[in-house]
Design a protein around this ligand. Structure first.
Ligand SMILES: [Zn+2]
Length: 710
């Protein structure tokens, strides 16, 4: 399970559980993208084709859903598309795809992840044999091999972290407390607070240092303070006690020590904003500097802190939650040295458990089971692929792209992105609620979005030692290198060519501070994308994803940034008021969606993503219509016309299942609505959808009061 970086709060991801990646290569094509190529495949219905839906016979060439890149078997034709379109599009898939025991969620993109994992496994296994031979390949092979060598890990015991364990045990005053915080921060183990470097929200060409509370072992502050999570909190306490015992705390003391850890974390949780509060960008922008911080927080010698980390902070430092730092001295003094020692010890072993003997790793998995409902550990090779990509992500991305991402796929996908930008420009032009002044600025911002497809132009290197028999050491060297690399950007100009995710991941993102969007090579596969799929299928799949990312530039957060990525108001007052009312409609509607028994979506937490989904599917539909408007032939697939195929493609890209604990976790921390509601919510508010399926007014998929923003 990966935790997104704190300041990725501003960067809006597609919401796929990125895990790792590599794909089967899409078939290269020489046709001018994006065209449908079904003419070259079967145009006669196969004998096994399902019966077309009842209704008038449509004109067009008869083909099957498979011919256009869709799946008849994933449909549930017993469900009325106007009642619950998600069930209609995904019912067959849902019935035949149980959640694998090692997954908390199983979705269509998980299938791609599994394919990517298999491809990366081949790359890494060849690398361990020395095939390929260059320095990068050797490094990848050694890293992966060290992770797979369980015997060596077992023999190593806790040697790699022993000096830190000893140091944690000796924490007794403000000085030793601060020194321990630094030691853990150097390894990216963010106890008490977290530091990061990213673009200055108000001067986006410059990187600055950011600080915010951190150091919770549970997924969110709500787990500590809301009664709904009591069972999770109780289980966590037992887990902390067992982990501390493994780390050397005498068994009779472990329970009390765990209570200390929970007491400290509960105080931190109280000082931490909710996931929804964190979305308030201006409220999180509180500039200060070293001197002012030092006056406020006597427990920390900030100059010494940065010196120990090995970087210089920017002159301007932005604090997300000033109140927390104002009371940091009190927090420290409230607990005694041995209590802090337990807290530091627990976080050290928890963060490194995978690189320690099996007993630690097994115990870490016990917590994961409670928090996500997952039943079995993924096989070691998958977890080692994940570890390798965390340590050497760009090296792996480079090899993945070379082997599995043809230039033609980049070309086709780039053409689709361009088509979506055009469609969005046309939609902006048609908006009836925005004054020409604001509209013009919005158009200029759209035109300035930098479109990145597939992979970066230049790859970062990983200049640190990797030893084949020292996984714990490799892990620590990789994390400390990454922390210095990231924090080292403080005070320096922003490099806008840098990618924030690895090329092989199954994901996409929009970064409002750079006004750029990236579509990663890893996601450019069915059921999102295929060079031999029809225009309708590709636009319903990856087209919606691209439209979603572009719309992020104009969601409730993105709209606060200008074309250059600065947090700066560019809205006329009356337009801002109308935008707000439209956003409220979306938030209110989504808050009525029940994702599990009495588990409702938080419409405010998910607002930005839902606005992006609504806009994304609308732009993608317009782009598809434009691309097909002069088509010589139209295709009817198993009785569904091309508009209907587009919407089936939208649904089939998002079929997904979550375990109950995972639903609860995601509703608390994930800014995305569950996939079912991303489909249900975005389509029921789109008039083109109800037209395509002739949904009567008042049916669930054609409500009386639809919401629309862009
Ligand atoms: Zn998004």
């Amino acid at each position: 399970m990966r935790h997104a970086s704190l300041w990725l709060t501003w960067v809006t991801l597609l919401g796929l559980a990125a895990c790792s990646g590599t794909s089967t290569p899409p078939a290269p094509t020489t046709s001018t993208p994006p065209v449908t190529t079904v003419t070259s495949t079967a145009v006669v219905p196969t004998p096994t084709a399902p019966q077309p839906p009842a209704g008038p016979v449509m004109p067009g060439v008869r083909v099957t859903l498979a011919d256009v890149g869709l799946e008849a078997s994933s449909l549930d034709r017993t469900t009325d598309p106007c009642g619950d379109f998600y069930q209609f599009a995904c019912g067959g898939w849902l019935a035949h795809n149980p959640i694998p025991s090692d997954r908390a969620r199983w979705a269509r993109y998980s299938e791609i992840e599994e394919k990517n994992l298999a491809a990366i496994k081949t790359i890494l296994e060849e690398a361990t044999k020395g095939i390929g031979g260059d320095a990068s390949t050797k490094k990848l092979g050694d890293y992966y091999a060290s992770c797979m060598d369980e015997a060596a890990i077992e023999r190593g015991g806790t040697t790699a972290i022993k000096p830190l364990l000893d140091r944690a045990a000796k924490v007794k005053d403000a000085r030793t407390w601060a020194a321990m915080v630094v030691e853990l921060h150097k390894l990216g183990i963010w106890v008490v607070w977290k530091a990061d470097a990213a673009a200055d929200l108000k001067e986006s060409v410059q990187n600055i240092t950011y600080l915010d509370p951190a150091g919770l072992g549970l997924p969110d502050r709500d787990y500590y303070v809301k009664p709904d999570f009591k069972d999770k909190l109780d289980a966590y306490k037992l887990h902390v006690a067992r982990m501390l015992t493994l780390a050397g705390t005498p068994a009779p003391r472990a329970e009390a020590a765990a209570a200390d850890v929970l007491a400290i974390e509960t105080e931190i949780a109280k000082g931490t904003k909710t996931a929804t509060e964190k979305r308030d960008v201006p409220a999180s922008y509180n500039p200060t500097d070293l001197k002012a911080l030092g006056k406020q927080t006597k427990s920390v010698d900030w100059k010494a802190y940065w010196k120990a980390i090995g970087i210089s902070p920017s002159k301007k430092i932005v604090v997300g939650t000033p109140k927390f730092f104002a009371s940091l001295d009190k927090l420290r003094a409230r607990f005694k040295g041995p209590q802090w020692a337990s807290y530091f010890t627990f976080h050290l072993v928890e963060a490194t458990a995978f690189a320690l003997p099996k007993a630690f790793d097994d115990e870490a998995f016990e917590l994961l089971k409670v928090l996500t409902g997952i039943e079995t550990k993924p096989e070691r090779s998958k977890r080692c692929i994940d570890a390798t990509q965390k340590g050497l992500g760009e090296l792996l991305g480079e090899q993945y792209v070379a082997k599995h991402f043809p230039a033609s796929a980049k070309q086709t996908a780039t053409a689709l992105v361009d088509a979506l930008v055009r469609a969005m420009g046309e939609e902006l032009g048609r908006l009836d609620w925005m004054t020409p002044t604001t509209k013009q600025i919005a158009q200029a911002k759209l035109a300035k979005i930098v479109r990145m497809v597939g992979y970066p132009d230049k790859w970062r290197t990983s200049p640190f030692d990797v030893k084949r028999d020292d996984f714990a050491g490799n892990h620590l060297r990789a994390t400390s290198f990454e922390i210095r690399r990231k924090l080292g950007k403080s005070g320096k100009p922003v490099d806008r060519s840098e990618w924030l995710m690895n090329a092989h991941e199954v994901n996409a993102y929009y970064d409002p501070t750079a006004n750029n969007t990236a579509l990663l090579a890893g996601i450019l596969q069915p059921p999102f994308f295929g060079q031999d799929r029809s225009v309708a299928a590709n636009l319903g799949g990856i087209g919606m994803v691209i439209g979603h990312e572009l719309t992020h530039g104009f969601d409730d957060q993105g709209a606060q940034f200008d074309a250059d990525g600065n947090l700066k108001n560019w809205w006329q007052k009356e337009d801002a008021a109308r935008f707000e009312a439209k956003s409220t409609c979306v938030a209110d509607q989504y808050s009525t969606f029940e994702a599990g028994p009495k588990l409702f979506i938080n419409g405010k937490l998910t607002l930005g993503e839902n606005i992006a989904d609504l806009g994304g599917v609308k732009m993608a539909f317009q782009a598809y219509r434009t691309l097909r408007k002069d088509a010589a032939k139209i295709y009817v697939a198993d009785g569904y016309n091309e508009d209907q195929q587009f919407f089936i493609a939208v649904g089939q890209a998002w079929c997904s299942k979550d375990r109950l604990a995972e639903i609860q976790r995601r509703l608390t921390v994930d800014p995305h609505a569950p996939p079912k509601f991303r489909v249900y919510g975005s389509l029921r508010n789109l008039k083109e959808f109800s037209e395509a399926f002739s949904c009567a007014p008042g049916t669930p998929m054609n409500p009386a009061k639809p919401c629309s923003v862009w």
